[in-house]
Design a protein around this ligand. Structure first.
Ligand SMILES: C[S@@+](CC[C@H](N)C(=O)[O-])C[C@H]1O[C@@H](n2cnc3c(N)ncnc32)[C@H](O)[C@@H]1O
Length: 281
């Protein structure tokens, strides 16, 4: 019978052949998943023989990963901020950049948020983080996809936030009928050219509507910025995650609107990944 260590080595070689970027790490996650233990426990149990029933569970998962399905979809969960979310093909896997967006939001707003909205909520990541951070706030979360909203609702319920977040099916602001102190969104922002270059994990598995909103990649961002003042309370702010090469186009586009001040902010790597939008009096 093969041991944990032998299976890990074999899987690493198998994943390398299929271009998986972190073959050993992913092998460890998947073996730990079928053994229902954490990765560190594997290190204490390298010589443990793996029974056939475990291997039977493992094989289809390894095939899925070799086909470049994202690890998080196979495991069924993703860590975000200080909580866990269920993730599957209905949602984008929440990214570390979006955690940075929220850190910027928390830094730049005082605790005095009475109402906020997450537009294009996906897994519910941003809405859940906002509801946890601002316990007194009304939180709204929208998405264009009904099935994505079902997943976001499931995640909110698992975190005890079901009654804190109102989920609304809406194309951006279309079905939104109130104003907010805070508007946050990580909209789809890849251009057609970028879509042709992304890795298979994203292109073949993540929902197309989570990646792109039109050929230039700026369509959703334009829609959000152009509606900002209509949906912001006096003194309120909008925070968006954007593509690292979009800052200049966004600033030029924002010049058309005399009533907003748009500021570009960089992430920890120094890339221009965020914009804030505020009304000018
Ligand atoms: C980049 S994903 C972000 C998901 C999540 N907020 C996150 O940060 O992980 C964009 C989300 O916007 C949604 N979306 C796409 N077009 C939309 C539209 N017209 N109106 C509302 N949501 C839309 C997608 O379904 C997807 O869930």
């Amino acid at each position: 019978m093969e041991t944990v260590l032998e299976i890990l080595k074999k899987t690493e070689t198998f994943f390398k052949k299929y271009g998986v970027e972190t073959p050993r790490l992913d092998a460890e996650h998947l073996v730990a998943h079928v053994l229902d233990c954490n990765r560190m426990q594997l290190y204490l149990d390298f010589e443990r023989p793996l029974q056939e029933d475990i291997l039977e569970k493992l094989r289809p998962l390894l095939k899925r990963r070799a086909s470049r399905e994202p690890l998080q979809y196979i495991l069924g969960t993703a860590a975000f901020m200080d909580f866990e979310l269920k993730v599957d093909a209905r949602c984008l896997i929440p990214r570390p950049e979006t955690e940075e967006l929220l850190e910027l939001v928390f830094e730049e707003t005082d605790g005095n948020i009475g109402s906020c909205i997450d537009l294009g909520t996906g897994s519910g990541a941003i809405a859940c983080a906002l509801a946890r951070k601002y316990p007194g706030a009304d939180v709204v979360a929208t998405d264009i996809s009904e099935e994505t909203l079902e997943l976001a609702l499931h995640n909110a319920a698992s975190l005890g936030l079901k009654d804190r977040i109102k989920f609304v099916r809406s194309s951006w602001f279309e079905a939104v009928d109130q104003t907010f102190d805070l508007i946050v969104s990580n909209p789809p922002y890849l251009s057609d050219a970028e879509l042709n270059e992304i890795e298979p994990e994203v292109a073949d598995f993540e929902p197309a509507q989570a990646l792109s909103s039109g050929p230039t990649g700026l369509e959703a961002i334009n829609e959000l910025i152009s509606n900002a003042t209509k949906f912001l309370n006096h003194g309120g702010s909008m925070f968006l995650e954007v593509g690292s090469n979009q800052a200049q186009s966004i600033l030029s586009m924002a010049e058309k609107f005399s009533n907003v001040k748009v500021v570009v902010k960089s992430d920890l790597a120094g890339k221009n990944r965020f914009v804030t939008v505020r009304a000018v009096d």
